[in-house]
Design a protein around this ligand. Structure first.
Ligand SMILES: *Cc1c(COP(=O)(O)O)cnc(C)c1O
Length: 359
C-alpha cells in the first residue's frame, strides 16, 4: 500500500513514473537489459539523455543560449562549483541569506576564496521572511547575485524574482518545476533532483552560455561547466538511472498539462493547507504571509507535548514523514509535484480530527 509521503527529500515520486520504471527494469526499450546495465555511450542511452534534456527544455521553456548540464554531487557540490566556474579568487559576489541552504552556499563560496557580500540577511527573523524588493543593494563589483528561491527547511519562498543588474544565480532545488518560470531572467539555475525531479545525487545546472569559459584552472573536470557542456555531461559516467527517471518525470509533467497546470495544482494544494492551519487554534505557521512556500509547509502545535501523539496518529493514517526539521521543531509537510491533492486533503482531515479530539 502506498502512503502519502510528506518527506522534504528525497521525496515522493509520481506513481505512474515508478510503475513505468519498475515495468522496464528488466527489459528496457526491447534491449533485454535494464537502463542500469547499458553503456552511457551507447546509442540507446545517449538518446535517452537527449530526450530527458529535450523534455526538460520544453516544459521549462529554456531559451536558446542556455546549456543544460546533468552533474553529480547534488546541489551541495554546486555551492563550491559556482564560484570555481564564475569567479577568480578574491572576486566579489553577493548572496541573500534566507535560511540554512543559503548559509551553506555562502560558507562554501567563502571557502573558495570568494569575497562574499551578504546583501540581505534574514536570520534576525529566524528565517521567516524574504527581503523586500529594493531593500538591499548589490555592489557593482559583484560577479553575480546568489539566492535560494525556496528555503526547504524554513518553508520560506521569494514571491518574485530579484530585479538586479548582476547575473542571477539561484538554488531552485526545492521549487524547480513547481510552476512556470522565466528562465531568461537568470544567469544560472541549479537544483538537486530529489525534491521535484527524480532521485538524489543528480544535479541539474542550467547556465547561460556567456557565463561559460571562465572556470579557474584548478576546477575539477567533473565540476567544470564548460568542459561538461562540451562533453554533453559525459566527461565521466553520468548517473544514468537518475537521468532516465528525470526524463520520465518531465514527460509526466508535460502529459499533465505542463508547468502552468502544475502551478495551478500546487497553488490549490498550498492554499488548502495554509487555510486549514490559519483557521485552527492548534496549528501555526511562522512564515510571513507573502513569503510562504508552496512546497514546504512547516507548522507547530500549540502544545509541543502533543507532537509525538500527532506523528504516531498520522503514521497510522498513512501520512508519513511529517516530523519537522530539528531546527524549526513541530511538523513540516512537503507537498511537491508528486503529492496529489487527495494527500493534502487527507492530511487536513487528520489535522482537523486531531484538533477536535485532543485540544
Ligand atoms: C535539498 C537541498 C539542497 C541539498 O541538496 P543535496 O542534493 O543534498 O546536495 C540544497 N539546497 C536546497 C534549497 C535544498 O532543498
Amino acid at each position: 500500500m502506498r502512503v502519502y509521503n510528506f518527506s522534504a527529500g528525497p521525496a515522493q515520486l509520481p506513481l505512474p513514473v515508478l510503475e513505468r520504471a519498475s515495468a522496464e527494469l528488466t527489459d528496457w526499450a526491447g534491449s533485454g537489459m535494464s537502463v542500469l546495465e547499458v553503456s552511457h555511450r551507447g546509442k540507446d542511452f545517449v538518446a535517452c539523455a537527449a530526450d530527458a534534456e529535450a523534455a526538460l527544455r520544453r516544459i521549462m521553456g529554456i531559451p536558446e543560449g542556455y546549456r543544460v548540464l546533468f552533474l553529480q554531487g547534488g546541489a551541495s557540490a554546486q555551492f563550491a562549483a559556482i564560484p570555481m566556474n564564475l569567479t577568480a579568487e578574491g572576486d566579489t559576489a553577493a548572496y541573500l541569506n534566507t535560511g540554512q541552504w543559503s548559509a551553506k552556499a555562502i560558507k562554501e563560496a567563502r571557502n573558495q576564496g570568494l569575497d562574499v557580500v551578504v546583501a540581505a540577511d534574514e536570520s534576525a527573523s529566524s528565517y521567516t521572511t524574504t527581503p523586500a524588493p529594493g531593500s538591499y543593494e548589490v555592489p557593482a563589483s559583484a560577479r553575480y547575485l546568489h539566492y535560494t528561491p525556496n528555503e526547504t527547511i524554513g518553508g520560506v519562498e521569494f514571491p518574485g524574482i530579484p530585479d538586479v543588474e548582476a547575473p542571477l544565480v539561484a538554488d531552485f532545488s526545492s521549487t524547480i518545476l513547481s510552476r512556470p518560470l522565466d528562465v531568461s531572467r537568470f544567469g544560472l539555475i541549479y537544483a538537486g533532483a530529489q525534491k521535484n525531479m527524480g532521485p538524489s545525487g543528480l544535479a541539474v545546472v542550467i547556465v547561460r552560455e556567456d557565463l561559460l569559459g571562465r572556470a579557474r584552472p584548478t576546477t575539477p573536470g567533473v565540476l567544470d561547466y564548460t568542459r561538461m557542456a562540451a562533453a554533453d555531461s559525459m566527461l565521466n559516467t553520468p548517473p544514468t538511472f537518475a537521468i532516465y527517471l528525470l526524463g520520465l518525470i518531465a514527460h509526466w509533467i508535460e502529459d499533465g498539462g505542463g508547468l502552468a497546470a502544475m502551478g495551478e495544482r500546487n497553488l490549490a494544494k498550498a492554499g488548502l493547507l495554509y487555510s486549514a492551519i490559519d483557521d485552527s487554534d492548534l496549528y501555526t505557521n511562522p512564515v510571513e504571509e507573502r513569503s510562504r512556500s508552496w512546497m514546504n509547509i512547516p507548522f507547530t502545535l500549540a502544545d509541543p507535548a502533543l507532537d509525538a501523539e500527532f506523528l504516531a496518529g498520522a503514521q497510522d493514517a498513512g501520512l508519513t514523514n511529517l516530523k519537522g526539521h530539528r531546527s524549526v521543531g513541530g511538523m513540516r509537510a512537503s507537498i511537491y509535484n508528486a503529492m496529489p491533492i487527495e494527500g493534502v486533503r487527507a492530511l487536513i482531515d487528520y489535522m482537523t480530527d486531531f484538533e477536535r479530539t485532543r485540544a
